[in-house]
Ligand binder design. Structure first.
Ligand SMILES: NC(=O)C1=CN([C@@H]2O[C@H](COP(=O)(O)OP(=O)(O)OC[C@H]3O[C@@H](n4cnc5c(N)ncnc54)[C@H](OP(=O)(O)O)[C@@H]3O)[C@@H](O)[C@H]2O)C=CC1
Ligand SMILES: O=C(O)C1=N[C@H](C(=O)O)C[C@H](O)C1
Length: 234
């Protein structure tokens, strides 16, 4: 693949290393909005930038006609605009709050566990995520995706950043600890015992490998997709 990295921070650099080891070419490393000129050699763009820049970057890729894999979190209030634009321009776009295979399996496990546990109100549900101290957003995009699977099952009225679930809002606690790549936990606590499901990323390798799998899958397709499409979970 001829890849343009849009955002060349921790994730951009991790993707670069794996892509080169797999024989792909990095044809652009951008820390600014893609233009027809700076992205002209790319077959696909992989966008991991900042919550403030992702929308403009993804929009530019779609308008230019480059398939775009986006992993940036905390800009999803504008996701519907991007989906509409992608359909109008007959473009190709994939978004996932987490590209790792392990987390995508964890999403499926989370849903099934919530379906079971919802029948036992003596177990109080709570979520926790832990990330490195440079992370700009809280809760993490992954925690929000986990919550969005749980909320309809429990008929919660949304989520809130809190150490406990109350007033019908699912509590998500966000902790920031140096050098933690990403840990997510859903716990069910009763008076007598506790059940927890947890995903721990040991490094950023899983996120980066998953983004490359998504990029390869997206080339040649048209439409708006998620990792569920890539992994055949739909
Ligand atoms: N979906 C997934 O699987 C994953 C998602 N993420 C998400 O990806 C995003 C990036 O994470 P990470 O790489 O750790 O963050 P970093 O802060 O390490 O990197 C972001 C990079 O984007 C650059 N940047 C700033 N403005 C622009 C712009 N307008 N266009 C292009 N690039 C720009 C920054 O430059 P400068 O420093 O000069 O501002 C920086 O180099 C976050 O939202 C994070 O939550 C992270 C891991 C996995
Ligand atoms: O900022 C990060 O580092 C991560 N961001 C994503 C998120 O917000 O869920 C994915 C992963 O947890 C790492």
């Amino acid at each position: 693949m001829k890849i343009a990295l849009v955002g060349y921070g921790k994730m951009g650099k991790e993707i670069e290393g794996i892509a080169i080891s797999q024989g792909h070419n990095i044809v652009a490393k951008l820390e600014e909005k893609p233009t027809k000129e700076n992205i002209k050699d790319a077959e696909v763009a992989i966008e991991f930038s900042t919550p403030n820049s992702a929308y403009e970057n993804v929009k530019a890729c779609i308008e230019i006609g480059i398939p775009v894999v986006c992993g940036t979190t905390a800009w999803l209030d504008k996701l519907e605009d991007i989906k509409k634009l992608c359909k109008k321009e007959n473009g190709a776009f994939i978004y996932a709050s987490n590209y790792s295979l392990g987390v995508n399996l964890f999403f499926e496990i989370n849903k099934r566990v919530a379906e079971i546990m919802q029948k036992y109100p003596e177990y109080l549900i709570h979520m926790e995520e832990i990330h490195h101290t440079e992370k700009k957003d809280a809760p993490s995009g992954t925690a929000i995706t986990l919550a969005e699977e749980i909320i309809p099952i429990y008929k919660f009225d949304g989520w809130k950043l809190s150490y406990k679930t109350e007033n019908n809002k699912l509590g998500i606690e966000a902790k920031r600890v140096p050098n933690v790549p990403g840990t997510h936990k859903v716990s069910y606590d009763s008076e007598v015992d506790k059940i927890e499901i947890k995903h721990i990323a040991h490094s950023r390798k899983g996120f980066a490998s998953g983004a490359l799998i998504a990029a390869q899958w997206l080339i040649g397709k048209k439409g708006v997709f998620t990792m569920k499409d890539v992994l055949g979970f739909k």
